[in-house]
Design a protein around this ligand. Structure first.
Ligand SMILES: CCC/C=C/C(=O)SCCNC(=O)CCNC(=O)[C@H](O)C(C)(C)COP(=O)([O-])OP(=O)([O-])OC[C@H]1O[C@@H](n2cnc3c(N)ncnc32)[C@H](O)[C@@H]1OP(=O)([O-])[O-]
Ligand SMILES: NC(=O)C1=CN([C@@H]2O[C@H](COP(=O)(O)OP(=O)(O)OC[C@H]3O[C@@H](n4cnc5c(N)ncnc54)[C@H](OP(=O)(O)O)[C@@H]3O)[C@@H](O)[C@H]2O)C=CC1
Length: 269
């Protein structure tokens, strides 16, 4: 659907690109002409993913925990040495676990805030300082979540993603002088490797909730990748500071999905 040269010779970094949504984004960017770098915490699955992706184009990888500034700086140094520039940063790495607020301890709260909010900010700041600000050009897409009306059962990630959404609105203004565009994609429930990490009762609850999604289906990793490609492409050259909900209108119908109640009955000890 996009022209195969949409990202020709552009350098694209996809965090969490070894699996699920990130893998699809990396694959599609390669097929649209980009050189792609993927990072995540563990070296072995990253290498395996990079080998699979190399069928589609030039791909590099480096283990990097987005919560660790030194590791991010080392990743930026590798990209500078090998490619000389960075055009697009896709902040896809993240995760959380279902829990009710009253049972969430400091460690669990901090783990998710550190990953999804702090890690995303560190990555944005470091890549902007290393590339986008000196280049006076850059493009950032942040994967957040469907937390438009709060996120019962996932208060930590709701707060973290709302923080990223606000960072996005701030930087769309603060960094407009550097010709940096920054946007979010907010996935609904997407059939991906990430979803498989949830316990069976939560997956059963998702299956039940599907009936109340106005488009009556879960999303596909390709639905998210298409939105990322659009926002990172020149087709979106006048779009910055927005969140694009890719969720079959779930965010308009959340309470009817019965998620809070089902989550509550599952999560109550
Ligand atoms: C509708 C929405 C659909 C969304 C779908 C997706 O997003 S799919 C994509 C989803 N993909 C993913 O989510 C995958 C990636 N997810 C992750 O890597 C983790 O969930 C992370 C984000 C907490 C980071 O982890 P990390 O390596 O930084 O930390 P750690 O593992 O060492 O844990 C630190 C502390 O957190 C707590 N705690 C953690 N887990 C649970 C739990 N299940 N139960 C209860 N508590 C839990 C616990 O306090 C633990 O300390 P402890 O008690 O062990 O001393
Ligand atoms: N699937 C869904 O329905 C939805 C997903 N999302 C979000 O979309 C993103 C992708 O999800 P999905 O593909 O489904 O799930 P996955 O669990 O497959 O992907 C998460 C990726 O992030 C990486 N990652 C996690 N923490 C870090 C870290 N600290 N540093 C570097 N990499 C990290 C993981 O690799 P590793 O563990 O090896 O580090 C993994 O590759 C996530 O942020 C997720 O929360 C949002 C809403 C809905």
């Amino acid at each position: 659907m996009f022209q195969s040269n949409t990202f020709k010779d552009q350098v694209v970094l996809v965090t969490g690109g070894r699996s699920g949504i990130g893998f699809q984004i990396a694959k599609d960017m390669l097929q649209l002409g980009a050189k792609v770098i993927i990072c995540s915490r563990k070296e072995a699955p990253l290498k395996e993913a990079a080998e699979k992706l190399s069928e589609f184009g030039v791909v590099d990888y480096q283990a990097c925990d987005i919560r660790n500034t030194e590791e991010i700086q080392a990743l930026a140094a590798m990209i500078k040495e090998k490619h000389g520039r960075l055009d697009v940063l896709v902040n896809n790495a993240g995760g959380q676990f279902p829990v009710l607020a009253e049972y969430l301890n400091d460690k669990g709260w901090n783990a998710v805030i550190n990953n999804n909010l702090n890690g995303t900010f560190y990555m944005i700041r470091e890549m902007a300082n290393a590339f986008f600000i000196p280049q006076k050009q850059g493009n950032i897409v942040n994967i957040i979540a469907d937390m438009h009306r709060g996120f019962p059962g996932m208060i930590h990630t709701g707060a973290a993603r709302a923080g990223v959404e606000n960072i996005t609105k701030t930087l769309a203004q603060e960094w407009s002088d550097f010709n940096i565009r920054i946007n979010c994609v907010a996935p609904g429930i997407i059939e991906s490797s990430g979803l498989d990490t949830y316990p069976q009762p939560v997956q059963d609850m998702f299956a039940e909730a599907k009936k109340a999604i106005p488009l009556k289906r879960f999303g596909d990793v390709k639905d998210i990748s298409n939105a990322v490609a659009f926002l990172a492409s020149p087709l979106a050259s006048y779009i910055t500071g927005i969140s694009l909900y890719v969720d079959g209108a779930q965010h308009l119908n959340y309470d009817k999905m019965g998620m809070p109640n089902v989550l509550k009955s599952f999560l109550n000890p």
